[in-house]
Design a protein around this ligand. Sequence first.
Ligand code: AMP
Length: 381
Amino acid sequence: MNRFPLPPNSTIGIVGGGQLGRMSAMAAARLGYRCHILTDERDSPAAQVAAGAIVGDYEDPDTLSAFAHTVDVVTFEFENISAAGLDLLAATRPVRPSPAVLRISQDRILEKKFVNAAGVPTAPWAAVTTRAELDAAIATIGLPAVLKTARLGYDGKGQARLHKPEDADAAWAGLAPKPLILEGFVDFACEVSAIVARGADGHAVCFDIVENRHKAGILDITLAPARIPLDIAAEATRVALRVAEAIDLVGLLAVEMFVDARGRVLVNEIAPRPHNSGHWTIDACPASQYELHIRAVAGLPLPPAGRHSDAVMKNLVGPEETALWPQILATPGLIPHLYGKEFARPGRKMGHVTRLFPRGALPGEFGVAAALGVLAEKVPA
Ligand code: AMP
């Protein structure tokens, strides 16, 4: 039976209950679809706006099977589900992106191998499974370097910087689960990302390259478009489309990249789902990353990933920034988004704001800070 394109009122299953699922479900609703959410969290941001939710363990076969049987297609906002779990979902319903894509993106070693095999450069890296391999990797790659868990890292968690050989012992002891990966430290000029949507027919579209700034390992601000030379932006777009094609993506893929001091584009990591650095597309584009995610998964045509405005997106992280919500609401021009999370723990992404500018009028450093109003003092110099 050919399910695609999914007719209106079909049900899309989203694995993961966070804000990325919430905004995907909102986009799906606008296209006339229902979403069912699989999450391990009660009252999750995505379930609050979805037609249905199953709360259970991502690894429990009965939960996965019950979920898959209520939907027409399965997609993700959270990709750390086991190989067995993915196989179970795929045996029941079409899974987009495919389990093969998920498996590559779950493991930094597979990911780097795959990206390099597709002819795309990364920082130099080595897989590290034993303490002796760490010394060998340091000898080949040199210092400074970054040691990361191959699996289950996010928002800078599961990593340690190595500046001198004596740092190796503590870093090795402190990181779990093993195996690890050692990456040469990239002295980047800036961090950028691309978001690609690709349909089953191979047609792919890519949003403009954006610039990302982190604070304490968490994305703080995205500037759209990135303020980088046009040829570097074009190269980053080529890289993202190349990876999406090589991995045979059906769905959405975010590609995080470094631009180094020499203007080279190096892939850091990929995520086969909507991405924090694409939140700005809700307000600045006719079709957001969330709409393109749903369209690609549902087999609908993909419109161009164009933007009508330039944009600055700032995350609202933790209690301090979330406490500014009343002032944000009272500031003309700040477009507010809140995710419905009850507790603003430190480091938790609670919402974001977007500010739009006419195309080509993204301001410089001081202008960006001024444009964020009450959040300005939270913007690093
Ligand atoms: P990741 O979890 O790989 O996205 O890393 C989180 C952040 O750590 C990145 O956004 C960078 O700011 C920094 N980082 C990670 N890997 C490297 C690297 N090889 N060189 C320099 N900075 C890095």
